[in-house]
Design a protein around this ligand. Structure first.
Ligand code: NAD
Length: 327
């Protein structure tokens, strides 16, 4: 696919970061786009930014949809068909994603499953929902965003990263397995897997909003006590702590994550618009594996060259961990 002009693309998680940039850059090339997000305000902003930079006749629509909920995904698919008056789509970018559920041992099960639900089931449901529309196009592509954590299940020493990595490995495996399946059963549909390294976006803040969107001041004593067991299991709450101690710790943890999120966004080697350019260039040139960023390329080489030492942090992953981990 050497041009996106006059095509119709679907982009999930278009309210922020790489998704917003994909929508903006596609629309600027005259590609109509249907994009969804869980955040109504951010998706409306994306639509107005994209429309402002798009040639006339380019239709950009925003939809509220949680990709981890199949009913909502099917409704989103029906809205796309109706609002774009089309019986097919040409590109689907499964981009929506959140972080969280780092530890399988100490994090709440609900957090783990919410992360896995968005990052894996979201890709699965959207692919199920949109595949028949991709097949109806003459020349189409499914673009699944995995991560460097789709081939390296770590952020470096001291930070477990289980739910996200498990889901991103699944997205990569699914995408690679589809290559032969599509070749056999729908050869005009292509698939690509995107593996970004560290990209400066608000993913930490957006993920925090999804997992824990409460002001600790509004939590009842009962709510706070409900957190005791998880905090104790994580080893961050001292024995005999009071309910007020739990409230204070909740405030401190939220602040810490928020500071880390700003650092993650502001000190990245690559911006969201630069990442989207690389993704779209990869799609244009027909690549099926799109590594985004020099850190991703280096890590890919390191893990392939020395899989046995991938988690020793003596060479493999050192640069990535240095860029991502808080000081
Ligand atoms: N930023 C990075 O360093 C990085 C690295 C590797 C991979 N990725 C992946 O790239 C993709 C985009 O991430 P980003 O960094 O641009 O993040 P982002 O937070 O800036 O954008 C993600 C968007 O997805 C939306 N979203 C979250 N849950 C959703 C759901 N259930 N349904 C629909 N929309 C939902 C969010 O509201 C947000 O607008 C994600 O899949 C992420 O895992 C990011």
């Amino acid at each position: 696919m050497d041009s996106f002009n006059q095509k119709l693309a679907v982009v999930t998680g278009g309210g922020s970061g790489m998704g917003r940039e994909l929508v903006r850059q596609l629309a600027a090339e005259g590609c109509s786009v249907a994009t969804c997000d869980v955040n109504a305000q951010s998706i409306a902003e994306t639509v107005s930014i994209a429309v402002a930079g798009a040639p006339s006749g380019t239709r950009v629509t925003g939809h509220l949809c949680d990709v981890s909920d199949e009913e909502q995904v099917l409704r989103f698919r029906d809205e796309v068909v109706a609002r774009h008056d089309s019986d097919h789509v040409d590109l689907v970018f499964n981009n929506a994603g959140i972080a969280g559920g780092g530890s399988f041992v100490t994090d709440p099960r609900a957090t783990w499953e919410r992360t896995f639900g968005v990052d894996w089931w979201g890709v699965y449901y959207c692919t199920r929902a949109f595949l028949s529309l991709l097949i109806k196009s003459d020349d189409s592509i499914l673009v699944n965003t995995s991560s460097i954590n789709g081939f390296w299940a770590s952020l470096g020493p001291g930070i477990p990263h289980t739910a996200y990595s498990t889901a991103k490995f699944a997205v990569k495996g699914f995408s690679e397995a589809l290559i032969e399946d599509l070749r056999l059963h729908a050869p005009h549909v292509k698939v690509a897997v995107v593996m970004p390294g560290h990209v400066g976006t608000d993913i930490v803040a957006n993920s925090q909003r999804v997992h824990d969107d409460v002001d600790p001041a509004d939590l009842s004593d009962e709510d706070l006590e409900g957190r005791r067991a998880d905090l104790e299991r994580a080893g961050v709450l001292p024995e005999g702590a009071s309910t007020d101690d739990i409230r204070q710790l909740t405030i401190d943890l939220q602040l810490m994550v928020s500071e880390f999120g700003k650092d993650f966004r502001d000190n990245a080697p690559l911006s969201a618009d630069g990442a989207a350019e690389i993704i779209l260039e990869g799609v244009r040139s027909g690549k099926w594996r799109i590594l985004v960023g020099d850190d991703a390329k280096l890590l890919d080489e390191q893990v392939r060259a020395s899989p046995e030492t991938a988690y020793d942090y003596t060479g493999v992953g050192v640069a990535v961990a240095g860029s991502i981990q808080p000081d």
